[in-house]
Design a protein around this ligand. Sequence first.
Ligand SMILES: [Mg+2]
Length: 263
Amino acid sequence: MRILDAGFDLERFFADLARSPHPALLLDYDGTLAPFHVDPARAAPYAGVPALLDRIMTGRTRLILISGRWTRDLIPLLGVSRLPEIWGSHGFERRFADGRYDIARPDTEPLRGLANADTWGDELRRMGARLEQKPASLAVHWRGLPPPQARAIEEKVREKWMSRVRATGLELHPFDGGLELRVPGRDKGYAVRTLLDESPSDVAAAFLGDDLTDEDALRAIRGRGLGVLVRPTWRETVAQVWLQPPEELLAFLERWAQVTARR
Ligand SMILES: [Mg+2]
């Protein structure tokens, strides 16, 4: 574990967390709780993670997952005994812990652009890409492909999508292993801001994430809680702490479970 922000005191954070009546643990899924898999439908959590999440949820913590995935694709993978609150599709979907479900209505024009983008999806599939449709985005994955093939797909996507981005107001977001064409208006930072704004003022919150799209959430929590980058290799980030999974992640969750257990 590395402290990236010289002014940040991790021991003080855990001491405050131990006293807080309102701990909140906000977690990304892919790359953070689960290692990447060429087939995302098989990206299971690291061993020990589901049991730790279950333990954390029996304590004082409000646990929330914030993912770019469609919630319906994420839920079967979690392996927890009851579902926490889950934000999916980069903040467009919100499934509460009690099962209530909200989905934001994306703007019509970008959504139409998204539907049209799918019409040349076959060309990308023939090149070896995998396409993932979500309520407000279309992701092209090239994880696991040889680098020259991945580069060819990326060039094709950029060539095709850049005009689309300009014409319809869609946004193009790179992520680890692909590119995503997204309807604007929501991101993981929106989810974090909404959750913190709804929380009592003495909330003690942390967000853990790995990817470029998690930087929105890390920026949103900065000054209001702890931002943690979870990644085998370092990269530029606004997070205060960097953990290497799985060992350091498991140690962090274990410590969280201990200090937030019911008294
Ligand atoms: Mg991730």
